[in-house]
Design a protein around this ligand. Structure first.
Ligand code: FMN
Length: 414
């Protein structure tokens, strides 16, 4: 025994990580000591199946393009991801949704995407999942396939240097870029995808299911989100502008949503929450066959029937001729509201889109337009966004032991 081991003031260790970390008794981000003041909706806990979320603020999925593009660590998480997601976890969001993670190597948006098509990748994700759990924070993963928009370059190269998307990746390999129909997203910088055969669709359904199993059983994620937004594979099947198939996966509304519903069935389980992200509207009302908010409302009934718990509503991304997304706070709230009014309590709705003020976020929930607020860029700028919003709303929340004491000195009754 070394000195200090029998000290009764030794910090209790967490059992969530294989290294020393102080035990967290109350999950970070939990509302505490609000006195008589009613708890704003934003900080009210909620439960899906057996999973308790301590507040209604989530980190929106955001690609970081920071994984090895080749070699044994291809698609694996690194110390970057641990630091990045760890910085959010330390600040108590109700949930973190990890960036779009590829279920198939050809479905990566760039060579540097995270992947979960093999067990080693799933194991690499486990480190920061455990770290989030050591904070009591719930963490999920977005599973995706880029479809006809796969195989670009990491967007930070693309935007900064004006490089065409299709000049990188695996676009030159015949059959590697796939979609519902041989229609490119934009002929200027994207290749024409090969039309998926029915066998290939079934294979991808299986790959989504296998990836979800790895995410839960190997990485330990609390929930999974299916990426069916922004013009990626599942999203491109939904819309009549990108899906011109004449088989059971194209044509009628029921046929266009079939692939997504099959993925939902393959991914879902009885015990963990299931999220689906869609583009509430393709933002191309002037183009015949485009996906509209009315379609999303209709889809919501099917998602409820298939056991989806949360519909996360974004917009756009499937049409190069679409209207530009707006840039004001909460620009996608009207899409969430339209679906929420239809589904009532049968489905939780997450809204996202330039929400960077706590009051606005709370008002959106208090008005019943959505149940969860996700934020992306505001978290990049300030991982402590939940703390800021709590302060703005006059709410005291639980912070990490290491960070809290300089702000709220405990009563030192030694
Ligand atoms: C850097 C970055 C990466 C993103 N990557 C993803 C992604 O992996 N999956 C996704 O569904 N949306 C992605 N998005 C969209 C965000 O999740 C979010 O919906 C969007 O940024 C609007 O929210 P915000 O204004 O709060 O950032 C990304 C956005 C940013 C800024």
């Amino acid at each position: 025994m070394t000195s200090g081991e029998n000290n009764r003031f030794l910090t209790k260790p967490s059992d969530q990580v294989p290294y020393f970390h102080p035990k967290v008794e109350i999950p970070l981000g939990t509302q505490v000591e609000n006195g008589e003041v009613p708890i704003p909706k934003l900080f009210q806990p909620f439960k899906i199946k057996n999973t308790q979320f301590v507040n209604r603020i989530g980190v929106s999925p955001m690609c970081t393009y920071s994984s090895a593009h080749a070699g044994p660590d291809i698609g694996c998480a690194t110390a970057f991801h641990q630091t990045h997601y760890g910085s959010f976890a330390l600040q108590g969001p109700g949930m973190i949704i990890v960036e779009a993670t590829a279920i198939d190597p050809n479905g990566r948006l760039s060579p540097e995407d995270l992947g979960i098509w093999n067990d080693d990748q799933a194991l690499s994700l486990k480190k920061f999942v455990q770290f989030a759990h050591a904070q009591g924070v719930k963490i999920g993963i977005q599973l995706g396939h880029g479809g006809r928009k796969a195989s670009g370059t990491a967007i930070y190269n693309h935007l900064q240097k004006g490089i065409g998307k299709a000049e990188f990746g695996w676009s030159d390999i015949p059959g590697a870029i796939v979609g519902p129909s041989p229609i490119s997203f934009s002929t200027r910088s994207y290749v024409t995808p090969s039309e998926l055969t029915i066998d290939q669709i079934q294979d991808l359904v299986q790959k989504f299911g296998d990836a979800a199993k790895r995410a839960r059983e190997i990485s330990g994620f609390d929930f999974v989100e299916i990426h069916a937004a922004h013009g990626y594979l599942l999203s491109s099947f939904l819309s009549g502008t990108s899906n011109k198939r004449t088989d059971q996966y194209g044509g009628s509304f029921e046929n266009r949503i079939r692939f997504l519903l099959e993925v939902v069935d393959a991914v879902k389980d009885d015990t963990t929450p299931l999220f689906v992200r869609v583009s509430g509207s393709e933002l191309a009302p002037h183009i015949e066959g485009s996906w509209t908010i009315e379609d999303t409302v209709k889809l919501s009934d099917h998602l409820i029937e298939h056991g989806v718990d949360v519909l996360d509503i974004s917009s756009g991304g499937n049409n190069a001729k679409a209207e530009r997304r707006k840039t004001y706070q909460g620009f996608q709230v009207p899409l969430a509201k339209a679906v929420k009014e239809h589904v009532g309590n049968k489905l939780l709705i997450a809204t996202v889109g330039k929400i960077d003020q706590g009051e606005f976020a709370n008002d959106t929930l208090e008005a019943g337009h959505a149940d969860i607020v996700l934020s992306g860029r505001a978290f990049l700028k300030n991982p402590g966004l939940v703390w800021k919003w709590a302060d703005d709303l006059g709410v005291r929340i639980k912070h990490s032991k290491q960070y809290e004491w300089p702000f709220y000195p405990p009563p030192f009754k030694l």
